[in-house]
Ligand binder design. Sequence first.
Ligand SMILES: [Zn+2]
Length: 276
Amino acid sequence: MNNLSWPATILLGIMLGLVAVAAERTADEERRGSIADGATAAPSEPGATGDADDGRSGGDAGDEGAEGGDGGSGGETSPDTGGASVDYAVTLTFDDGPHPVYTPQVLDLLEQHDATAVFCVVGQRVREHPEVLRQVVDAGHALCNHTDTHDDELADRDRDKIERQIAEADEAIEAALGGEADVPYFRQPNTAVQPEVEPVLDDLGLRPLDWTVDPRDWSRPGTTSIVQDVLGQIRPGAVILLHDGGGDRSQTVAALEQILAGLDAAGYRTVLPGDS
Ligand SMILES: [Zn+2]
């Protein structure tokens, strides 16, 4: 595979830079509160076709699409109340699993760093690998509904179809977990949650989960690129989009190890959306 050796000096530089930036930002964040609204995140065009995906069946065609869209609102944290401290908390999210190889690797890294995350799972994959889903839940992470078949055109469907995509994924999750399932979030495939989908989420009591940091790890840009993209955009309240399924995610796993080390070094902790 790619040799992703990462010069330690560069990583150290990024970490120190993060710490320095975090310190400089303190005063500003105290005035504004800690919510990262992601307003400046540039939409990335969904459906990029240049991805050189190997060995995946046509049925997964949509999965590699860029989860484009502007920064979301899913990562809000409680605004600072006192002004004495900024809440250095971010949310990690992993899409398109569960995957029998990469999901357990992600879980191991999260455990090593005492980190928590949200896993946006696809119903089809849950039916294929229910035991992996159970590992995710047993480790204390949160689940997010990512539709049953990773429907990239969900917003174009009629309401029945939208509801079915969500309900069938939910049923797959419940079957895998033996009937108990707490799935508070929904993330739309390939895009931020669209207005056509929002009313359905309201009815089902699901919270839309978008993101503010997208290193496009699904396109396999290299471990270094993923790490730099994420650590370079980290700020309190960030919601980081990564993928544990949908293809070869070895770059993501390698990057995650360095991202978690960088977050630790900069004094960030991981929280679920809305937690502080
Ligand atoms: Zn996805």
